[in-house]
Design a protein around this ligand. Structure first.
Ligand code: NAG
Ligand code: NAG
Ligand code: NAG
Length: 863
C-alpha cells in the first residue's frame, strides 16, 4: 500500500513541472479583460479533469462524519462558500485592479498585477507556513538539510519571507496604499491555500474544512455562481467585453490544467508517518505560491523594462523562486533537478535583450567618427537662426520705431516710447519680435474703438459664454476680473497683478476678455466675412476638425520634408499648420474630442494661453508659469552627469475626452503607446552601413532609454478608463520634479498648453517638445537650439532618443541644448520678460479700444 503512494511522491516532479509549464502559458495568454470569463471556464472544466483522472482514495475525514455531525456539516458548508469567495475575489481583484486605479507596476501589458504578487508573496508565504504548522502538527519536526542554501529559503518562515522579499526590495517603488489594498488579495488567497492543507477532523476548529481535491464539484459550482454574479456586475458597469472567444476558452483550459497540476502537486497523498519522514518535512503548501512567483517573474518581458536592474533582478527572482520550487518537493521526487531547465524561460529573453541592446549600441559608433547624422545639420542651422535673432533686435528707440513701421506699415501705438524704455531698462533681449501680437490684433482695426468695447460687452452677456472680463486700471496698475457665475479665476488676476502691478501711470485703463479654459476660443473668419454676427458653437466632446479648418484656403496632407522617411521638424510653423496637415484630424485630442471647446466665430478679442494655427486668440503667458508648482527650483535639479541617460515623461491621460475606442489615437496615448512599444510596430532608425547613411526598420525599441508612463486616467467614460488602464503600463505616482533626474525630458500637450514646460526649459535637462498650440513665446524660442521639437506623428522619437543618448556626438549636443535653453530661459523668460510682452499686448489692446478711434483708422501708412 505505501509503495503506491511512494510512487506518487516520486512522480510529483511530473505534476510540478506541468504546473510550472501551465502557469507560464497562462501568464502569456492572460488578459485582464478576459480574466473573469476564463476563470469561469476554468472552474467549469476542473471537476471533469478530476473525475476523469483517478480520484484520490485518501481523505483525512470521511463524508459520513461530515453528515452525521450537524455542527461540522454547517462548518463544512460555510467553508465551501468561504473558499469559493476567496477564489472569486482573488480573480476579480486581479481583473479589476485597474479599476481601483492604484495598482500599477512596470509589468507587461495587462499584467499589472505582477508588482502585486511581489507584495503579497512575502506576506503570504510565512502566513501559510504558520497556518500549516498549526494544522499539521506532525510536520513540525522536519529534518535533514539537503541544501544549505535553498533549504532555509524553502522551509523556514523567515527564509521564505526573505526569498520572496528580494523581488520587492529590488523591483518595487514603495507605495503604502497599494500595499495596504493588496491585503484583500492576500486574505482571499490565504483562505484558498489553507483549504489545500491536508488536515484531520480534530483540527476542524480551523476553517476551511474542505479538501479541494475531494470537494471539487460543490466548490466549483459555488465559485461559478459567484463569478456569474461578478460578471453581471462587470457587464452592467462596463458593458459587454470585447474578448476573443477562442483565446478565453484556451486560457480557461490552461488555468484549469494548472490548478489541476498544482493540486496534484500539493495534495499528493502522504498519510503514514513513514511517508512523512521520507518526505523530509515536505512542506508543499508554498509550492503554488512559488510557482506563481516564478511564472510571473519569468514571463515579464525584459524588452519592456526601463532599467537594467529591473531586468537582472527579474532573472534573480525567477532563479530564487525556481530554487524554492525544486527544494519544496520531497527529496524522493524523481529527478526534481530537471525543473531547473525552466530557468531558460527567463534567461533566454534576458540574454536576447542584452544582445539586442549591445547590437544597437554598436551601430551608434560609426556616427561618431565618419558620417554626419541628419540631426547634426538641424542643430547646426539652428545656431545661425539664434544668432540672427539676437543681432537683428533694435538697439535704440529710433530703430525700434523704424522696425515697427517697416514690419507693420503702421505707427507704433501711443505709449510705445515708455514701453521701449521699460524693455531697454530691463535688458530685454527681444525688442522687435512681436509679430504674433500684431497679427492677432490687426483684424480689429476694421472696427472702431467703440465697436470693440461693444463686442466685448455683448459677448460677456451671452449666457454660458464662460469668459472673464478684466479691467486693468492705469492708475493703480491693478487688474480686476469678473465672471457671471464663477468665483475662482485660476490665478488670472494674480498673473496680471504680478506682471503689470508696477506699471502705474504708464498705460490707460484697458478692458479685455480672458479665456480660463485650456482650449482656445476664437475662430477669426477671413476678411470678407469679418463684420458678420458672432457665432457660438459648442465643440465639446465631438470632432472639432471641420469647424476649425473650414477657412483653410486648401487642405493638404503632410508633404515630404523628411529625412530618410523620418519627420524631423524643420519648420515649426509649417509643422503646426492645420491647413497643411489634413492627417492631424485623427491625431490630437483637441481635434478629435476636446474636453471643453466653446468656439466663438467672429471678431472678438479674447486672451488665451494657447491657440491653434487657424485660430485668432490673443496669446498671453499662462498663469501656470508663475505658480510655484510649475516653477523651476534649482535645489531639485541635479548635474547633467548625474542624470539618467534616458527620456522621461509621466502624466495623466488628459488631452481629449474619451467616449469610444478612438482614444488610441489621441496624442498622449499615441506617445505612451510608442514609448512603451505596446504595438511592437516597425520603427525607423538612421544607420550607417558601408559608408552610406540609410534608413533601417526594426521593431526593437531599447526600453532602457525610456521611462514613460501614465499615472492617472481621467476625462473618459468608465468603460474606456478601464480599457486604458488595462492597456497601458501605469505608474502609481510620480513626483513633479522626478523628470529632472533624466537627461531628456518630454513635454506634450494636455487639453491645452503644457504648464510644466518652463520648468523643463530652465532645468539642466533638455526638453523634447511636441505641441500643436501656438504660445506667446514662440518667436523667442529657436527649435533645435533651445529645445528639441517633435513632430505630431512622433515617429522620429525612437531615433532621437537613440541619437541623443547613445552616440558621443548626440550626448554632447543634448547637453549643449540643455545649457542653451537654460541660459536663454534666464535671459528671456524672467517675470519681467513676461511683463514686457504683456505690456506691449495691452498697449495694442488700448489702441484698438480707444473710443476716439474710428473704424479702419490706425494711422496705417499707405505704402
Ligand atoms: C540707433 O542705432 C542705429 C544703428 O543700430 C544707428 O545708426 C543710429 O545712429 C542710432 N540712433 C541713435 C539716436 O543713437
Ligand atoms: C468617437 O467619438 C468622437 C467624439 O468624441 C467622434 O467624433 C468619433 O466619430 C467617434 N468615433 C467612433 C469610431 O465612433
Ligand atoms: C517656414 O515656412 C514658411 C512657409 O511655409 C516660411 O514662410 C517661413 O519662413 C519658414 N520658417 C522658417 C524658420 O524657415
Amino acid at each position: 500500500m505505501w509503495q503506491s503512494r511512494f510512487k506518487d511522491v516520486r512522480s510529483i516532479t511530473g505534476s510540478a513541472s506541468a504546473a510550472v509549464l501551465c502557469t507560464i502559458l497562462t501568464q502569456h495568454l492572460s488578459s485582464r479583460q478576459s480574466e473573469v470569463y476564463s476563470e469561469m471556464v476554468c472552474w467549469v472544466l476542473l471537476p471533469f479533469l478530476f473525475t476523469t483522472s483517478k480520484p484520490s482514495n485518501v481523505s483525512t475525514f470521511t463524508r459520513e462524519t461530515l453528515h452525521s455531525n450537524p455542527r461540522i456539516h454547517v462548518a463544512y458548508s460555510i467553508s465551501l462558500w468561504i473558499v469559493a469567495a476567496g477564489v472569486a475575489t482573488a480573480c476579480c481583484y486581479k481583473a479589476e485592479i485597474g479599476v481601483i486605479g492604484l495598482f500599477v507596476g512596470f509589468s507587461q501589458k495587462m499584467k499589472n498585477w505582477t508588482l502585486l504578487t511581489n507584495y503579497y508573496q512575502p506576506i503570504l508565504t510565512p502566513l501559510l507556513l504558520i497556518a500549516e504548522k498549526h494544522l499539521r502538527s506532525e510536520l513540525q519536526a522536519s529534518k535533514g538539510l539537503d541544501s544549505w542554501f535553498f533549504y532555509p529559503l524553502a522551509n523556514t518562515i523567515w527564509g521564505t519571507a526573505l526569498a520572496s522579499s528580494v523581488p520587492i526590495f529590488i523591483l518595487s517603488e514603495w507605495d503604502l496604499l497599494d500595499f495596504s489594498l493588496s491585503i484583500i488579495l492576500v486574505a482571499s488567497l490565504l483562505v484558498v491555500y489553507v483549504a489545500l492543507i491536508p488536515k484531520s477532523i480534530e483540527d476542524s476548529r480551523f476553517l476551511p474544512l474542505i479538501k479541494v481535491e475531494d470537494d471539487i464539484i460543490p466548490l466549483s459550482s459555488r465559485i461559478v455562481v459567484i463569478l456569474v454574479l461578478a460578471l453581471s456586475v462587470q457587464t452592467v458597469a462596463f458593458g459587454f467585453p470585447r474578448i476573443g472567444i477562442i483565446s478565453t476558452l484556451l486560457l480557461g483550459f490552461m488555468k484549469a490544467f494548472s490548478w489541476y497540476c498544482m493540486i496534484r502537486t500539493v495534495c499528493c497523498p502522504l498519510s503514514t508517518q513513514r511517508d512523512i519522514e521520507d518526505a523530509d518535512g515536505f512542506s508543499r503548501l508554498d509550492t503554488p505560491l512559488a510557482i506563481a512567483t516564478f511564472s510571473m517573474s519569468a514571463t515579464r518581458d525584459p524588452f519592456m523594462l526601463s532599467s537594467e536592474i529591473q531586468a537582472l533582478s527579474q532573472v534573480v527572482a525567477s532563479f530564487l523562486s525556481l530554487g524554492q520550487i525544486v527544494h519544496m518537493l520531497p527529496k524522493q521526487a524523481k529527478s526534481r533537478s530537471i525543473l531547473w531547465t525552466f530557468i531558460l524561460v527567463s534567461l533566454v529573453p534576458y540574454l536576447a535583450n542584452i544582445f539586442a541592446i549591445k547590437f544597437a549600441q554598436s551601430s551608434a559608433l560609426s556616427f561618431d567618427h565618419s558620417q554626419e547624422h541628419p540631426i547634426e545639420a538641424l542643430i547646426h542651422n539652428a545656431k545661425a537662426d539664434f544668432e540672427h535673432l539676437l543681432q537683428r533686435q533694435s538697439k535704440n528707440y529710433t530703430t525700434a520705431c523704424e522696425q515697427y513701421r517697416l514690419r507693420y506699415h503702421a505707427e507704433p501705438p501711443p505709449g510705445f516710447g515708455a514701453w521701449y524704455a521699460f524693455a531697454a531698462e530691463n535688458q530685454s533681449p527681444v525688442i522687435d519680435e512681436f509679430d504674433m501680437i500684431f497679427n492677432s490684433i490687426s483684424p480689429f482695426w476694421k472696427l472702431s474703438g467703440k465697436e470693440v468695447v461693444q463686442v466685448m460687452t455683448d459677448v460677456q452677456n451671452v449666457p454660458n459664454v464662460d469668459l472673464w472680463l478684466c479691467t486693468f486700471s492705469g492708475d493703480s496698475g491693478k487688474t480686476r476680473c469678473s465672471h457671471p457665475s464663477r468665483n475662482f479665476d485660476r490665478h488670472i488676476e494674480l498673473l496680471f497683478d504680478t506682471l503689470l502691478g508696477d506699471l502705474r501711470g504708464l498705460l490707460p485703463d484697458v478692458k479685455f476678455l480672458v479665456n480660463h479654459l485650456d482650449e482656445p476660443r476664437v475662430l477669426t473668419p477671413p476678411q470678407a466675412l469679418q463684420r458678420g454676427k458672432l457665432k457660438f458653437t459648442d465643440l465639446t466632446r465631438r470632432s472639432s476638425w471641420d469647424e476649425i479648418t473650414k477657412y483653410c484656403a486648401s487642405q493638404r496632407s503632410a508633404e515630404a520634408v523628411e529625412y530618410f522617411g523620418l519627420p524631423f521638424v524643420t519648420n515649426l510653423s509649417t509643422a503646426m499648420d492645420l491647413c497643411q496637415h489634413a492627417e492631424y484630424s485623427a491625431m490630437h485630442g483637441i481635434l478629435m474630442s476636446p474636453t471643453s471647446f466653446r468656439l466663438i466665430e467672429g471678431l472678438v478679442p479674447i486672451l488665451s494661453t494657447g491657440s491653434l494655427s487657424t485660430m485668432g486668440d490673443l496669446l498671453f503667458p499662462s498663469p501656470a508659469y508663475i505658480e510655484s508648482e510649475f516653477r523651476y527650483d534649482e535645489a531639485h535639479d541635479i548635474e547633467w552627469e548625474k542624470k539618467e541617460n534616458k527620456l522621461y515623461w509621466a502624466g495623466s491621460t488628459t488631452g481629449g475626452f474619451v467616449q469610444n475606442d478612438s482614444w488610441r489615437n489621441y496624442h498622449r496615448q499615441r506617445f505612451v503607446k510608442l514609448a512603451q512599444n505596446l504595438e511592437r510596430k516597425q520603427h525607423s532608425y538612421i544607420r550607417e552601413r558601408d559608408g552610406a547613411v540609410v534608413r533601417e526598420k526594426s521593431s526593437f525599441l531599447n526600453s532602457r532609454l525610456f521611462d514613460i508612463a501614465f499615472t492617472r486616467t481621467f476625462q473618459c467614460e468608465r468603460r474606456y478608463c478601464r480599457d486604458q488602464r488595462m492597456y497601458f503600463n501605469f505608474k502609481s505616482w510620480a513626483d513633479k520634479d522626478r523628470a529632472l533626474r533624466s537627461r531628456l525630458v518630454f513635454d506634450i500637450d494636455g487639453n491645452g498648453i503644457s504648464g510644466r514646460y518652463y520648468k523643463l526649459l530652465a532645468s539642466k535637462s533638455v526638453p523634447l517638445k511636441q505641441t500643436l498650440f501656438r504660445e506667446w513665446h514662440d518667436e523667442r524660442l529657436v527649435p533645435w537650439f533651445h529645445y528639441i521639437p517633435v513632430s505630431q506623428s512622433m515617429e522620429e522619437v525612437p531615433e532621437l532618443a537613440f541619437y541623443l543618448t547613445s552616440t558621443e556626438a548626440g550626448q554632447k549636443r543634448a547637453k549643449e541644448i540643455a545649457e542653451q535653453g537654460r541660459k536663454w530661459y534666464s535671459r528671456a523668460f524672467r517675470d519681467v520678460d513676461l511683463s514686457i510682452y504683456t505690456y506691449r499686448l495691452l498697449l495694442e489692446l488700448a489702441r484698438v479700444q480707444d473710443p476716439k478711434r474710428k473704424a479702419n483708422d490706425t494711422s496705417v501708412r499707405q505704402t
